[in-house]
Design a protein around this ligand. Structure first.
Ligand code: FE2
Ligand code: FE2
Length: 213
Protein backbone atom coordinates (compact mmCIF):
# COMPACT_ATOMS: atom_id res chain seq x y z
CA UNK A 1 0.00 0.00 0.00
CA UNK A 2 2.87 2.35 0.93
CA UNK A 3 4.58 1.34 -2.25
CA UNK A 4 1.47 2.24 -4.22
CA UNK A 5 1.16 5.73 -2.80
CA UNK A 6 4.85 6.43 -3.52
CA UNK A 7 4.25 5.49 -7.15
CA UNK A 8 1.11 7.63 -7.24
CA UNK A 9 3.09 10.58 -5.94
CA UNK A 10 5.79 10.06 -8.53
CA UNK A 11 3.25 9.86 -11.34
CA UNK A 12 1.53 12.98 -9.98
CA UNK A 13 4.85 14.85 -10.00
CA UNK A 14 5.77 13.73 -13.50
CA UNK A 15 2.31 14.87 -14.61
CA UNK A 16 2.79 18.31 -13.00
CA UNK A 17 6.14 18.77 -14.78
CA UNK A 18 4.62 17.72 -18.10
CA UNK A 19 1.69 20.09 -17.64
CA UNK A 20 4.06 22.95 -16.85
CA UNK A 21 6.34 22.13 -19.80
CA UNK A 22 3.41 21.99 -22.22
CA UNK A 23 1.54 24.78 -20.43
CA UNK A 24 -1.54 22.60 -20.07
CA UNK A 25 -4.23 24.40 -18.11
CA UNK A 26 -2.26 27.66 -17.96
CA UNK A 27 -4.61 30.57 -18.65
CA UNK A 28 -4.09 34.28 -18.81
CA UNK A 29 -5.90 35.61 -15.76
CA UNK A 30 -5.33 39.34 -16.00
CA UNK A 31 -5.58 41.62 -19.02
CA UNK A 32 -2.57 42.67 -21.07
CA UNK A 33 -1.12 45.75 -19.29
CA UNK A 34 -0.30 47.47 -22.59
CA UNK A 35 -3.77 47.02 -24.08
CA UNK A 36 -4.66 50.72 -23.83
CA UNK A 37 -1.16 52.09 -24.45
CA UNK A 38 -0.77 53.51 -27.97
CA UNK A 39 1.99 52.00 -30.10
CA UNK A 40 4.88 54.25 -31.07
CA UNK A 41 5.11 54.23 -34.87
CA UNK A 42 8.36 56.21 -34.83
CA UNK A 43 10.36 53.35 -33.27
CA UNK A 44 12.99 52.51 -35.89
CA UNK A 45 14.21 49.02 -36.76
CA UNK A 46 17.18 49.12 -34.38
CA UNK A 47 14.99 50.28 -31.47
CA UNK A 48 12.44 47.55 -32.17
CA UNK A 49 15.22 44.94 -32.33
CA UNK A 50 16.60 46.08 -28.99
CA UNK A 51 13.14 46.08 -27.38
CA UNK A 52 12.55 42.59 -28.80
CA UNK A 53 15.87 41.38 -27.35
CA UNK A 54 14.90 42.66 -23.90
CA UNK A 55 11.40 41.19 -24.10
CA UNK A 56 12.88 37.86 -25.26
CA UNK A 57 15.07 37.87 -22.15
CA UNK A 58 11.99 38.58 -20.00
CA UNK A 59 10.04 35.84 -21.74
CA UNK A 60 12.87 33.34 -21.12
CA UNK A 61 12.87 34.49 -17.49
CA UNK A 62 9.18 33.70 -17.23
CA UNK A 63 9.75 30.25 -18.76
CA UNK A 64 12.29 29.76 -15.96
CA UNK A 65 9.77 31.05 -13.41
CA UNK A 66 7.26 28.38 -14.47
CA UNK A 67 9.91 25.68 -14.12
CA UNK A 68 11.30 26.98 -10.83
CA UNK A 69 7.88 27.23 -9.22
CA UNK A 70 6.76 23.79 -10.39
CA UNK A 71 10.10 22.27 -9.30
CA UNK A 72 9.75 23.87 -5.88
CA UNK A 73 6.03 23.09 -5.57
CA UNK A 74 6.64 19.40 -6.27
CA UNK A 75 8.86 18.99 -3.26
CA UNK A 76 7.35 21.56 -0.90
CA UNK A 77 6.84 20.00 2.53
CA UNK A 78 4.11 22.30 3.79
CA UNK A 79 0.71 22.61 2.05
CA UNK A 80 0.60 26.37 2.66
CA UNK A 81 4.01 26.85 1.02
CA UNK A 82 2.82 24.73 -1.89
CA UNK A 83 -0.36 26.81 -2.30
CA UNK A 84 1.61 30.08 -2.21
CA UNK A 85 4.03 28.77 -4.84
CA UNK A 86 1.12 27.74 -7.06
CA UNK A 87 -0.52 31.16 -6.80
CA UNK A 88 2.76 32.88 -7.69
CA UNK A 89 3.18 30.47 -10.63
CA UNK A 90 -0.24 31.48 -11.96
CA UNK A 91 0.79 35.13 -11.85
CA UNK A 92 4.05 34.25 -13.61
CA UNK A 93 1.83 32.60 -16.22
CA UNK A 94 0.29 36.00 -16.96
CA UNK A 95 3.79 37.42 -17.40
CA UNK A 96 4.53 34.66 -19.88
CA UNK A 97 1.46 35.52 -21.98
CA UNK A 98 2.16 39.27 -21.78
CA UNK A 99 5.81 38.89 -22.90
CA UNK A 100 4.73 36.59 -25.71
CA UNK A 101 2.21 39.13 -26.96
CA UNK A 102 4.70 41.98 -26.83
CA UNK A 103 7.27 39.87 -28.71
CA UNK A 104 4.68 39.14 -31.41
CA UNK A 105 3.87 42.85 -31.65
CA UNK A 106 7.58 43.48 -32.22
CA UNK A 107 7.65 40.73 -34.89
CA UNK A 108 10.09 38.71 -32.81
CA UNK A 109 10.28 35.11 -31.62
CA UNK A 110 10.85 33.71 -28.13
CA UNK A 111 14.27 32.29 -27.25
CA UNK A 112 15.19 29.12 -29.13
CA UNK A 113 16.91 27.95 -25.96
CA UNK A 114 13.69 27.95 -23.92
CA UNK A 115 13.65 24.13 -23.49
CA UNK A 116 17.15 24.35 -22.00
CA UNK A 117 16.17 27.22 -19.67
CA UNK A 118 13.11 25.27 -18.56
CA UNK A 119 15.06 22.09 -17.80
CA UNK A 120 17.82 23.86 -15.91
CA UNK A 121 15.39 25.92 -13.84
CA UNK A 122 13.31 22.84 -12.99
CA UNK A 123 16.39 21.11 -11.58
CA UNK A 124 17.41 24.22 -9.61
CA UNK A 125 13.89 24.63 -8.18
CA UNK A 126 13.73 21.00 -7.12
CA UNK A 127 17.19 21.21 -5.55
CA UNK A 128 16.17 24.31 -3.57
CA UNK A 129 13.02 22.56 -2.35
CA UNK A 130 15.01 19.53 -1.21
CA UNK A 131 16.72 21.80 1.31
CA UNK A 132 13.39 22.54 2.98
CA UNK A 133 10.62 25.12 2.67
CA UNK A 134 12.42 28.01 4.34
CA UNK A 135 15.46 27.67 2.06
CA UNK A 136 13.13 27.25 -0.89
CA UNK A 137 11.33 30.47 0.07
CA UNK A 138 14.71 32.13 0.53
CA UNK A 139 15.50 31.14 -3.01
CA UNK A 140 12.19 32.69 -4.21
CA UNK A 141 12.90 35.88 -2.30
CA UNK A 142 16.43 36.27 -3.68
CA UNK A 143 15.37 35.34 -7.23
CA UNK A 144 12.53 37.86 -7.21
CA UNK A 145 14.76 40.59 -5.76
CA UNK A 146 17.25 40.02 -8.57
CA UNK A 147 14.42 40.03 -11.12
CA UNK A 148 13.17 43.39 -9.78
CA UNK A 149 16.67 44.89 -10.20
CA UNK A 150 16.90 43.39 -13.67
CA UNK A 151 13.49 44.84 -14.67
CA UNK A 152 14.56 48.24 -13.35
CA UNK A 153 17.49 47.99 -15.76
CA UNK A 154 15.09 47.22 -18.60
CA UNK A 155 12.89 50.20 -17.75
CA UNK A 156 15.97 52.37 -18.26
CA UNK A 157 17.26 50.51 -21.32
CA UNK A 158 14.04 50.19 -23.35
CA UNK A 159 13.93 52.61 -26.29
CA UNK A 160 12.42 56.01 -25.57
CA UNK A 161 8.81 55.91 -26.68
CA UNK A 162 8.33 52.15 -26.24
CA UNK A 163 5.60 52.64 -23.67
CA UNK A 164 3.89 49.34 -24.51
CA UNK A 165 6.93 47.30 -23.44
CA UNK A 166 7.30 49.57 -20.40
CA UNK A 167 3.69 48.94 -19.34
CA UNK A 168 4.33 45.18 -19.42
CA UNK A 169 7.64 45.42 -17.54
CA UNK A 170 6.14 47.76 -14.94
CA UNK A 171 3.23 45.39 -14.19
CA UNK A 172 5.61 42.44 -13.91
CA UNK A 173 7.93 44.33 -11.61
CA UNK A 174 5.04 45.01 -9.24
CA UNK A 175 4.19 41.30 -9.03
CA UNK A 176 7.82 40.21 -8.60
CA UNK A 177 8.35 42.67 -5.74
CA UNK A 178 5.23 41.26 -4.06
CA UNK A 179 6.47 37.68 -4.58
CA UNK A 180 9.71 38.58 -2.81
CA UNK A 181 7.81 40.21 0.07
CA UNK A 182 5.42 37.23 0.40
CA UNK A 183 8.32 34.78 0.54
CA UNK A 184 10.00 36.85 3.24
CA UNK A 185 6.76 37.00 5.23
CA UNK A 186 6.43 33.21 5.04
CA UNK A 187 9.75 32.70 6.78
CA UNK A 188 12.31 32.71 3.98
CA UNK A 189 15.90 32.38 5.15
CA UNK A 190 18.45 34.81 3.71
CA UNK A 191 20.72 32.91 1.31
CA UNK A 192 24.50 33.19 1.80
CA UNK A 193 26.24 35.88 -0.24
CA UNK A 194 28.13 33.41 -2.39
CA UNK A 195 24.86 31.71 -3.38
CA UNK A 196 23.33 35.08 -4.27
CA UNK A 197 26.40 35.84 -6.40
CA UNK A 198 26.18 32.44 -8.09
CA UNK A 199 22.51 33.01 -8.91
CA UNK A 200 23.31 36.44 -10.36
CA UNK A 201 26.06 34.95 -12.52
CA UNK A 202 23.76 32.21 -13.74
CA UNK A 203 21.12 34.82 -14.60
CA UNK A 204 23.70 36.85 -16.52
CA UNK A 205 24.53 33.87 -18.74
CA UNK A 206 20.84 33.34 -19.45
CA UNK A 207 20.05 37.00 -20.17
CA UNK A 208 23.10 37.43 -22.44
CA UNK A 209 22.20 34.38 -24.52
CA UNK A 210 18.43 34.93 -24.61
CA UNK A 211 18.88 38.51 -25.87
CA UNK A 212 20.34 37.07 -29.08
CA UNK A 213 19.08 33.51 -29.35
FE1 FE2 B 1 7.40 36.97 -13.62
FE1 FE2 C 1 7.71 36.44 -9.64
Amino acid sequence: MRHRSAIDRLVGRADAVLRAATRTGLRQQRPYPAADVPDEPSLDAAARRHAAGLMRVNHAGEVCAQALYVGQGLLARNARTEAALKQAAREEGDHLFWCERRLAELDARPSRLNPAWFTGALAIGAAAALLGDRVSLGFVEETERQVVRHLDGHMASLPAGDERSRAVVRAMREDEARHAGDAAARGAVRLPRFVQALMARQARVMTTLAYRL
